[in-house]
Design a protein around this ligand. Structure first.
Ligand code: NAD
Length: 446
């Protein structure tokens, strides 16, 4: 569903009316060009503090791009700051100085990235406190620059993760990061060696990826974005959606598998379908999900149980089945789709919030054992995304829901898909156990 207010607020007449009335001004966001994705160009200013650890890796990570590292004199540039050397709160003044002097240079839909050290991996208390402060800083900065359609995010390294730094840096500086704002990406798993022949343009070339709930909405966008990145998608959806699913998959050169994921034989049918295809299974994206909103006192047991079965129960069974095979092993990826409702809770959504919080629990509890097998498990937590699910929300609540974020608008399914494609890419092997909100920094659960 299109956001008519956004169109109006960006029209010639609308601009002056929203200004006079002091109404929200949602900026038009710049997203990936489907024909030329992951292309990085423009000016980038790198700032560091004394004792910064990663400046060399940051430069190396961006070598194969068309980004120009520029000096103080440049008037328009994205900003990246290596804050890893901030050892105590007094030294944080260097953070203040860099952004105080440079933030006005950020272009429309510009990008800010800060690189820091994971506080829980720092022995020195002063240093850990100084690094933890970066979270509050980036979230506030993200709110300030959201008006320009710009985003700001933080990457935490845990001392050994810098070989995997290129993947999050490139993603966070790209147009794919249009609606991911004020988030922390953590490099948690050691990346000892990355294959040198990996393609940044089509990172999933020749790989197989399962996407559930692929016939429409966010799952459809995921299938499109993953196909763009070279993957062969096995799209799964309920038998009632078979025609739509087949249409989508035939357009994308994927495989349509009409299947209710809660069926007893669903895990085995999925494994059989993957085994029949050429290409290594790169990962599974557990996107299928439903809502059954009701106040708890009026919610039927069936509304609770059906939702929990689809949104988390079936996912656990499918994971167990795949992990008991060698099909999803070294280099494999599991991606969950949570929700900001699972972080903040939401009125009338106790069943949904339970299931989405459980998806977060799945990621947190499985990340260590997955890491031992060279697998990563991560989740996205979408906010207000323009799909059939949110089109069903009453008009006034929908308008309100859209504006409650730093970017004053709902996201598009593609915005969620871009983060999922990043998680699935072979380059992101150090990113494990992350929960990233794709919500434009919605105030819910911020
Ligand atoms: P949607 O309703 O448009 O699409 C969901 C798809 O899942 C549908 O095609 C549906 O047929 C399929 N599905 C449902 N039950 C299934 C089952 N048992 N077996 C197989 N397929 C099944 O929803 P969407 O908005 O695209 O949401 C996708 C995911 O994102 C969901 O997990 C949802 O909870 C989550 N999410 C969405 C939003 C949003 O704003 N739209 C926000 C937060 C989280």
């Amino acid at each position: 569903m299109s956001d008519k207010y956004l169109e109006f607020a960006n029209s010639k007449m609308g601009k002056s009316i929203v200004s006079i009335l002091g109404l929200p001004k949602p900026p038009r966001l710049i997203r990936e060009d489907a024909n030329n994705p992951h292309y990085l160009s423009g000016n980038l200013r790198l700032g560091t503090t004394e004792g910064a650890l990663y400046a060399t890796q940051i430069k190396q990570s961006l070598e194969a791009t068309d980004l120009n590292l520029v000096g103080e004199e440049t008037q328009s540039c994205d900003l990246i700051f290596d804050a890893s050397g901030v050892r105590d709160t007094d030294q944080a003044i260097e953070l203040y100085q860099f952004f105080h002097n440079n933030i006005s240079k950020l272009p429309r839909c510009g990008r800010v990235v800060i690189v820091g050290q994971q506080p829980s991996h720092i022995d020195n208390v002063e240093h850990a406190i100084a690094q933890r402060g970066l979270v509050g800083f980036i979230k506030s900065l993200a709110k300030e620059i959201g008006r320009k359609g710009a985003t700001a995010n933080l990457v935490y390294l845990n001392g050994f993760g810098h070989k995997g730094l290129a993947a999050p840096l490139r993603f966070l500086l790209s147009a794919g990061c249009a609606f991911t704002n004020g988030q922390v990406f953590s490099l948690t798993t050691p990346v000892s060696k990355l294959a040198t022949n990996l393609s940044w343009h089509r990172p999933l070339e020749g790989k197989l990826v399962v996407v559930t709930g692929a016939a429409r909405g966010i799952g459809l966008a995921m299938s499109q974005v993953l196909s763009r990145d070279g993957a062969k998608v096995i799209g799964v959806d309920v038998p009632q959606a078979q025609d739509q699913l087949e249409k989508v998959m035939s357009e994308l050169g994927g495989i349509a598998l009409a299947l209710d994921i809660t069926a007893d034989d669903a895990p085995q049918l999925l494994i059989d379908c993957c085994a029949q295809q050429d290409g290594k299974l790169q990962g599974i994206v557990h996107n299928a999900g439903i809502t059954r909103d009701k106040m708890l006192s009026r919610m039927t047991q069936q509304q609770w149980q059906l939702l929990v079965d689809i949104n988390i129960g079936s996912i656990q069974k499918i994971n167990q089945a795949f992990l008991s095979t060698k099909m999803l092993d070294q280099g494999g990826r599991i991606v969950g789709v949570a929700s900001i409702s699972g972080i903040a809770g939401n009125l009338g959504q106790s069943n949904y919030a339970y299931s989405k919080s459980a998806v977060i629990g799945m990621v947190e509890s499985m990340a260590p054992s997955c890491a031992e097998r060279g697998i990563t498990i991560n989740a996205v937590a979408p906010g207000f995304i323009e799909t059939k699910m949110t089109a069903a929300i009453p008009f006034a609540t929908r308008q309100f829901g859209r504006r409650l974020c730093s970017l004053s608008q709902g996201g598009l399914p593609q915005d969620v898909a871009e983060v999922v494609a990043f998680y699935l890419s072979p380059q992101a092997s150090g990113i494990n156990g992350n929960i990233v909100r794709v919500c434009g920094q919605n105030i819910m659960g911020a």
